[in-house]
Design a protein around this ligand. Structure first.
Ligand SMILES: Nc1ncnc2c1ncn2[C@@H]1O[C@H](COP(=O)(O)OP(=O)(O)OP(=O)(O)O)[C@@H](O)[C@H]1O
Length: 470
């Protein structure tokens, strides 16, 4: 029976424990692994004609001597197609982007999941032919605003932005209000070949319908009452760069038609103009609405929808990525302290447990505003429950319907206090409540109550004794 040749992979990390864990995991998955403490030793072996080269390399970034980025450069000057996976210690967008821009095949945020690492390593080995990227020719003019997120969904989003970074393809960004659509649009621009040209943002919903056309396409002098001078529109301003059309779902029908034409022909006329103006603009659109629904009910042109929806990036609501709440809060508290020239506030354990159970209807924007409020309003350096703004405190009714979150908080507090064996008293309490409810429902008939609870009769009798329930 033919045996599959094991994938050949080299790892470099100055941290011995990471080297060990990764090597063991990959070997367990059937790979042939060599681990190095120093990048220079790896390069030496890569240059050695007697040593068979690997199909992929996994490297840390920060190491004494040669860094991960220098290593990539060195490797790619010898073997441009050899995939290198970069491990980053931070879950922020910048390190991910730097990894991509340095020509990394993929990046792996630490602490990593072993299965994810194995899968990535396998993928890198199997597409060893992947053409390596080069260091971006035009570094972004100003440093992009950081996008924070360690949830799986945000990591996926960072990867997508990275993959799109060599293209000028149209992107449609969807997500609730305040999820970070504009931030993502900017990141798409800053990490695109157009980075050193203009990024122009326009909110379609915020501009009166009658002005929108001239705002987008400009106008000639005298083309309508009030047009006293010639005006250059957003499309022309964005020539060579990116035009971000926010709230595209609100665009009036006539303008949808004009927009479609520009996207198809790459040219347009200013309002009142006779000369066709050619532009090269990348359009990134965003909406919090369901555009498919708008297409179905005839308020959004289907052909325009398909033009914009070449690539779709969906940003999940904050309540779907609880893991990001605390990193974001800490980020905004640090930012607010600088912005407001105030002391940086810390969250008490109770507050951080509580804030993770909230729904955050206004998403990241609301969380950012709350961080500002807390920086100004909290009296001590540690933020307590009393410091929270009224809008975040729950009514009794909400509390009653939110018993799971409350129980969770309560248990976490007890664990933080150092309690152990917490189920020893929680489980009997829980069972007593369920038992009393069932007995009330059946008017005290034990046999029926047992059935409602899913217990046998004997269990119910025993529990009644043990729990001392009425
Ligand atoms: N992942 C993130 N990391 C850091 N800051 C973020 C993140 N997501 C959003 N923000 C911040 O939250 C605020 C709202 O984000 P943004 O304006 O991009 O949202 P939006 O989805 O475009 O909102 P709207 O639909 O209302 O226009 C901004 O100040 C932005 O910088």
């Amino acid at each position: 029976m033919p045996t599959r040749k094991p994938e050949k992979l080299w790892i470099v990390d100055d941290d011995q424990s990471i080297r060990w864990v990764l090597q063991k995991a990959l070997e367990k998955a059937g790979m042939d692994v060599r681990a190095y403490e120093f990048a220079s030793d790896l390069i030496r072996d890569l240059n050695d004609a007697d040593v068979e080269n690997p199909e992929a390399v996994i490297s840390d970034i920060r190491m004494p001597g040669m860094s991960g980025f220098e290593l990539i450069k060195e490797i790619h000057s010898l073997y441009p197609d050899l995939p290198v996976i970069i491990m980053t210690a931070h879950s922020d967008m910048d390190s991910a982007m730097s990894a991509y821009e340095s020509g990394a095949f993929e990046y792996l945020p630490k602490p990593f999941d072993i299965n994810e690492a194995t899968e990535l390593a396998r993928r890198a080995c199997s597409i060893n032919k992947v053409k390596s990227g080069q260091v971006a020719e035009n570094a972004p003019l100003d440093s992009p605003q950081e996008i924070i997120g360690q949830s799986v969904a945000m990591q996926e989003l960072f990867r997508s932005i990275g993959r799109l970074s060599k293209t000028s393809i149209s992107v449609l960004i969807t997500g609730e209000s305040g999820t970070g659509k504009e931030l993502v649009a900017k990141a798409l621009h800053t990490h695109s070949p157009r980075a050193n040209r203009t990024f122009i943002a326009i909110n379609t919903a915020a501009i009166p319908k009658e002005l929108l056309e001239s705002e987008l396409f400009g106008h000639e002098k005298g083309s309508f009452t009030g047009a006293q001078t010639q005006r250059i529109g957003r499309f022309e301003q964005a020539d060579g760069g990116t035009l971000f059309l926010d709230e595209i779902g609100d665009m009036p029908a006539e303008l949808q038609t004009r927009l479609l034409r520009v996207l198809a022909d790459g040219e347009f006329y200013r309002v009142g103009g006779t000369k066709a103006i050619k532009v090269d603009v990348r359009v990134v659109a965003a909406t919090h609405q369901n555009l498919e629904e708008h297409v179905k009910n005839g308020t959004f042109r289907e052909d325009l929808f398909h033009r914009l929806n070449v690539i779709r990036l969906q940003i999940p609501a904050l309540r779907e990525r609880d893991e990001d709440i605390i990193v974001l809060l800490n980020h905004f508290l640090a930012q607010a302290a600088i912005e407001l020239n105030a002391e940086q506030k810390r969250l008490s354990n109770e507050v951080s447990d509580y804030l993770q159970t909230l729904e955050w209807p206004g998403n990241v924007r609301q969380l950012e505003n709350v961080s500002r409020w807390l920086t100004v309003m909290a009296t001590g350096s540690e933020i307590t429950m009393e410091d929270l703004p009224q809008e975040l405190k729950q009514s009794d009714e909400q509390k009653a319907s939110n018993w799971e979150a409350l129980l969770f908080q309560n248990l976490l507090q007890r664990l933080n206090r150092g309690d152990t064996r917490i189920l020893d008293d929680v489980t009997p309490k829980f069972e007593t409540i369920a038992l009393n409810a069932a007995l009330q429902k059946t008017g005290g008939r034990k046999k029926d109550a047992a059935e409602l609870l899913g217990w046998g009769r004997n269990t119910l009798t025993r529990k009644l004794k043990e729990l001392d329930a009425s």
